[in-house]
Design a protein around this ligand. Structure first.
Ligand SMILES: Cc1ncc(COP(=O)(O)OP(=O)(O)O)c(N)n1
Ligand SMILES: Cc1nc(C(=O)O)sc1CCOP(=O)(O)O
Ligand SMILES: [Mg+2]
Length: 201
């Protein structure tokens, strides 16, 4: 499976409506706190928008709702994985991306036969508090050797200036939140990411 090299992560369908029409091909809907009805509405809107623009939607965490809404890709962390029913996810024909931050998590993730592995935080992130120190790009090369041919997603503190190093080290896709959503001009920044990642597309 080939992932687009530019993997945007946002917390609303409104962001998807704003940025996906620019030409994005891979987006994650990551909503951490919302009641179920609201989540369902957001997932439904995100799915329709992504279908219209031929963009792959990945739903973070909420795998049950993703199945019910007919989505085809979820992202889970290690804690999510402990409570998720993988057989239900697979029976629904859904693909699965998994987070990893250390060796034990990588072993656990590989045993779940995911469709991609994410490694983070590559650089310090301001989005959320993390218990792991930044991994550095060398760790990407180590992970690549261990996960190939499963695609590898790099995440955490990424920006266009850091992408040469991330892809040279072996990442297949670069996931990003704040470099775009906190930028003064998110559309211009997303265009910059699209142009920069074109060489790996
Ligand atoms: C592409 C990608 N990589 C890692 C994560 C983090 O997932 P998780 O560890 O479950 O943490 P939350 O995002 O749920 O807070 C991700 N969402 N996407
Ligand atoms: C959601 C998330 N997961 C991470 C991990 O390491 O698993 S790092 C991260 C935040 C990424 O945001 P930004 O691009 O703003 O640093
Ligand atoms: Mg999670």
């Amino acid at each position: 499976m080939k992932l687009d090299p530019f993997y945007l992560i946002v917390d609303s369908a409104a962001w998807i409506e704003r940025l996906v029409p620019l030409g994005l091909k891979l987006v994650q809907l990551r909503i951490k706190t919302m009641h179920e009805a609201g989540l369902r509405t957001e997932i439904r809107k995100a799915k329709a928008l992504c279908a219209r623009h031929r963009c792959q939607l990945i739903v973070n965490d909420h795998w049950r709702l993703a199945i019910e809404e007919g989505c085809d890709f979820v992202h889970l962390g290690q804690e999510d994985l402990q409570t998720a029913d993988r057989s239900q996810i697979r029976a629904a024909g859904m693909r699965l991306g998994l987070s990893t931050h250390d060796n034990i998590e990588l072993e656990t993730a590989m045993a779940a036969e995911p469709d991609y592995i994410a490694l983070g935080p590559v650089y310090p992130t301001i989005l959320k508090k993390m218990k792991w120190a930044p991994q550095g790009v060398e760790r990407i090369s180590e992970w690549k050797r261990r996960v190939a041919p499963i695609p590898l997603v790099a995440i955490g503190g990424l920006n266009p200036d850091r992408l040469d190093g991330v892809f040279a080290a072996g990442a297949d896709s670069a996931a990003v939140v704040t470099d775009i959503t906190l930028n003064a001009d998110p559309e211009a920044r997303a265009r910059k990411w699209i142009e920069k990642t074109d060489q790996w597309r």
